[in-house]
Write a protein that binds this ligand. Sequence first.
Ligand SMILES: *Cc1c(COP(=O)(O)O)cnc(C)c1O
Length: 338
Amino acid sequence: MINLISDTVTKPTPAMLEAMMQAEVGDDVFGEDPTVNALEAKAAALFGKEAALYCPSGTMTNQIAIKVHTQPLDEVICDQHSHIYHYEVGGYAFHSGVAINLLEGDQGRLSAEQVEAAVKPTFDWLPKSALVVLENTCNRAGGSYYQLKDMRAIREVCRRKNMKLHLDGARIFNALTESGNTPLEIGELFDSISVCLSKGLGAPVGSLLIGDRDLIRAARRVRKVMGGGMRQAGFLAAAGIYALDHHVERLREDHARAQQIAGVLEQLPFVSQLRPVSTNILIFDLIPSITAARFLEALGQNGVKASSFGTHTVRMVTHLDFTDEMLEKVLEILPRLF
Ligand SMILES: *Cc1c(COP(=O)(O)O)cnc(C)c1O
């Protein structure tokens, strides 16, 4: 099977497994796992921040960020496609008691003007706009990424309006691969950053929350109350260190393969619209006579998996375990489906 459902489907490479097997470990709830500590220090330094926190998932790092940046009755401003809104079980309400102020961005990207206009005035009957969350790349909008100047302008609005700024950077390295910006430039702009190691970077488990020391100290307590304090997590953290050392540069290969698939999809008579492909995610609409279910069934019969993103919409994601041989096969199968 060729699996294009998500970049989360990857398995550790033999070299990554070897690094995991060699990890020196301790009890991370006591802060005594040297490999977890090394991963956290490495991630913090990479983004020019003081500290980081290793967590089981990106949902947890985002939810911890919302919790530490807000009070109940506050609101979080984000784009309508945000992962924190759609795919985190409504955790912002459950954990933090906050409302969401959803904006209609440009393919998942907010503008500073939009954010500024969305900030609520101070009245007893309104939630308080306390936090802005940007997603880069934006998953549900097809892997779009921000220009640095646009993020800077939003930072400036947050400063003036006394709001915190969090980055859902589940795929930040995909964004940086294309924008050419550095992690340091990103670190400067955000109060906290969530990075997934288990997406394009190919680690089996784990995400990092990155920020200043006080924020991470508070975040550690929230991680614990969420049940996310892990013991000898160094075996997993070792995969994260390996991923940061070896799997960042190669993301451009995933993007190049996505472009090749895009080139074929554009030509297909049963594809009505392909959203702009910027990184490793392809989202496309099918003509009215072909549903996503029918398309996925035909694709599946040819040994390829993708996912439905609506009744006539399909998503494909390229990743570490999707090779050139598999790409050739996909390029050959697609035109023959219908
Ligand atoms: C995957 C993802 C997350 C975190 O997901 P987990 O599965 O909980 O690790 C957060 N934000 C975005 C944009 C994602 O794609």
